[in-house]
Write a protein that binds this ligand. Sequence first.
Ligand code: CP
Length: 304
Amino acid sequence: LQHLLTTEGLPVSILLHILDTAESFAGVTEREVKKIPLLRGKSVFNLFFESSTRTRTTFEIAAKRLSADVINLNIAVSAQSKGETLLDTVNNLSAMHADMFVVRHSQSGAAHMMASHVRPDIHVINAGDGRHAHPTQALLDMFTIRRYKKDFHNLRVAIVGDILHSRVARSQIHALTTLGVPEVRVIAPKTLLPSRVERLGVHIYHDITQGMKDIDVIIMLRLQNERMLGASLPSTEEYFKYYGLTQEKLTLAKQDAIVMHPGPMNRGVEIDSAVADGKQSVILPQVTFGIAVRMAVMSILAGN
Ligand code: CP
């Protein structure tokens, strides 16, 4: 694997290899030993052209635990503001002996474009591009599901909310179907579903009370207002009434269902605090698992 740009088309063997490798690193991060030397002497450049709390920070922790040198480019004060193109920025950073770029960008395809221009010894990891893909988020979500549910082959998983603008949902759907989850549901109003979403192999529900029945894993998504480009936004009160996850709606799922959210959460819009902080929530463990999963991705790309 040279780059990680999407989960679409990744074979099941690679997905499982990443999850299994992450299991070994999850062990390391829970023990006293914090650092392992797999990326010693390598430079990882974090290029976040869009805001991030979880992804950027866990990539930095993961790279440091692998003993890499980590450079967080401060985009706000970089030469981008003087008109430098993304490719010129990347070429200049490559000249500083970059080994790996972790890139988040508002434009779908930005990571692919970088990957097709960098030297063959440099690895690009997509940390979220536009509405297109967020593969490491989907991988940490798969890791979380496997930790709590053990086996993908007998699960019903529901992804609820703004599927249309969500790079996370696309990457999750590809990973879930490849890993053999027999039933993936999307629950959303028509206006927040991509056209012909059923071609991704999902079952469509508009009514959350029906869609929640017999569900093992519920993944909530926020309304991604920043990508709605002037479309009339749903009122948050109305959205919460119909699609917000409350304890009452959660009781319609299986008793041992887990609740996930990639973050950031908008409490009182797509999820009630009682659920977000409740017994069935695994939202914070997801964040922790992100470190091990990103360690696994970086070490596999580096050839370890
Ligand atoms: N899930 C996720 O991508 O969160 P951040 O935007 O904080 O990185």
